[in-house]
Design a protein around this ligand. Sequence first.
Ligand SMILES: Nc1ncnc2c1ncn2[C@@H]1O[C@H](COP(=O)(O)OP(=O)(O)O)[C@@H](O)[C@H]1O
Ligand SMILES: [Mg+2]
Length: 307
Amino acid sequence: MSPIISVKNLSKTYGSGFKALNNINLDINRGEIFALLGPNGAGKTTLISIICGIANPSTGNVAIDGHDIISDYRAARSMIGLVPQELHTDAFESVWATVSFSRGLFGKPKNPAHIEKVLKDLSLWDKKDNKIVTLSGGMKRRVMIAKALSHEPKILFLDEPTAGVDVELRKGMWEVVRALQESGVTIILTTHYIEEAEEMADRIGVINKGEIILVEDKATLMQKLGSKQLTLHLQNKVDAIPSTLAAYNLELSADGREVTYNYDTKGDRTGITSLLSDLRNAGIRISDLDTKQSSLEDIFVSLVRAP
Ligand SMILES: Nc1ncnc2c1ncn2[C@@H]1O[C@H](COP(=O)(O)OP(=O)(O)O)[C@@H](O)[C@H]1O
Ligand SMILES: [Mg+2]
């Protein structure tokens, strides 16, 4: 199936002369949750702003379901809901009025049943007549999502949806996002929280200094770049690793009671079976063992550090 969003050779140089995006090529698949992961200043908001038609690209183009974001702006924009990084709402309007008004901005006919469903899905129904100024921060954020969904977009952008949001609310947000995906909406979220990408995304794109460093299925990414660590707890202290075990590059802890072995999960053989038998032959007995998989965080840090 053709991608729902296609970004081609996109660059952005701000008026200041600063190049915020450098030749971005990116396809977003229909129905996926895509996480754009990158440190502050990487260019995430700039990229989203261009896709949503808020900022102009310097070069390159973007098509939303075949509609060019510049020459076919209205059709492209009507497919998109955007929850911006900065929250801004009309404080003295009611929830119902704000969300209904947003729908009108897209030239869509009134549809109170849809607005009602959106507010109920976001647990805002009992607040529909409240002025926004009276709501908690978490509720305000949900109002922003409701506004973005008011015109029934097929694509939802969430720019740093859980920055500064407490754990409880974050979970609630993720449930909302999953439910949206099940209803057929494609979701792109930006985050500098690795756990968020790891938890939520089907695919992850890493952006750094205006360039997409990689795009990968989450599972593949974890497997491809992930290495595992096996820690063996020894029954008796050893002073040094026997030379017969040199090939394993084992690390011995300072107290001589733990041995660590790094292995690659993508290899055909992990070497664990032979390691265990060679240890036994060397007279080293094991009392316990555990393994640790390197997290997306380790992967991310190593990628962003790479020259
Ligand atoms: N309007 C602007 N004019 C000049 N530079 C900008 C402007 N907006 C953002 N930038 C710069 O572009 C870079 C990317 O910003 P942004 O897209 O907001 O990153 P992110 O969302 O990943 O934190 C940053 O260095 C930022 O300072
Ligand atoms: Mg940003």
